[in-house]
Design a protein around this ligand. Sequence first.
Ligand code: CP
Ligand code: NVA
Length: 311
Amino acid sequence: MGSLRGRDYISVVDLSPEELTTVLELSRDFKRRFYGGERVIPVLQGKTLMLIFQKPSTRTRVSFEVAMKQLGGFTVTANWTELQLGRGETVADTARTLSRYVDGMAARVYRHSDLVELAQYATVPVINALSDLEHPVQALADFLTIWEKKGRIAGVNIAFLGDGADNVAHSLILMAASLGANIRVGTAKGYEPLPRILELAEERARRSGASIDVVYTVEEAVRGADVVYTDVWVSMGQEAEAERRVRDLSPFRVTSEVMRLAKPDAIFMHCLPAKRGYEVVDEVIDGPWSVVWDQAENRLHTQKALLALLL
Ligand code: CP
Ligand code: NVA
C-alpha cells in the first residue's frame, strides 16, 4: 500500500479496503490519544482546508473545522452561493483558483458530478462532505463505531431500513462490502440502491466475502442483525417528493418492536439529523440500543485521521 497523501475521497471505493482499514486504525489511535489528553496533534501545522457547503450541515461542518484545528491547521468555510460559484463561475475555475490557496477541500453538493469535476481540476485532495450519491466520511465514522461496539467488522450483520438509494446507505453498502460486513437493505419497491453502487459493492464483496441483499420487508432485513441503521426518508433536496416518500417508506420505521426482531445485543445507528417520529421513534433513538451520539462523535476522530493521511 502506497501513501495516501494527495489522494481524493469522493467515494468509499476511492480507497482500497486496506487503505480504509488504515484510516480506521489511525482514527482509533487519534481517539485514544485524545482521551489520553492530547487534544492537539499538530501533524498539519500551517495547512488549510477549504470547506464548501451547498446544503446545511451541523456535524460535518463543525467536526471538520474542529478536526483541522486539533491537527494544528486552519479552515475556511463558505457557502456555495456566497462564492462566485453562485454567480456562475465554473467548478473547474474555482478548483484551479482554490488549489493555489489551500491544501485540501471538502465540499457538500447537490450533484455528485460537481465533486468529480472539482477533484478533476483541483491539484489538492478533494473530500466528499455529502452529495446526492454518497456520504463517504459518514461511513468511516459508522464503521469505527461498529468496530468499537461489536469488537470486529468482518462478519457483522447490518440492516439498513428506509430509502435504499440514500447517500448514506450507498456509502454504508460500499464500506460493508469493502470490509467484509454483511448488509441487508430493507426498502420499498422503487427505492433500491442504485445499480452502479450494487455493482461496485459486489466487486468488493467478491474479495471480502461480504453479502449484500435488498429485501422488501422489515422482518427479512432485521432478523439476526447486529446493527439496525436508518436515515431520513426525505433527504436534502427531495422536499418536493416528501409526501410520496413518507407514504412509501412508512413501513420501514424503526420502533422498539423492530429492534426486538434483531439480535438481543443489537445496536441502533443513525447518521443524524433524525426526523423523530418518522424513520425512528424516540423510544429507540433515546433507548438502550442507540449509539448515535458515539457515532456522531466519531465523525471528529475519523476525519482527523483522513485529513492527516490525505493532506
Ligand atoms: N451526518 C451529517 O452529515 O450531519 P450534518 O448534515 O449535520 O453534517
Ligand atoms: N440523507 C441525508 C443525510 C444527511 C446527513 C440527506 O442527504 O439529507
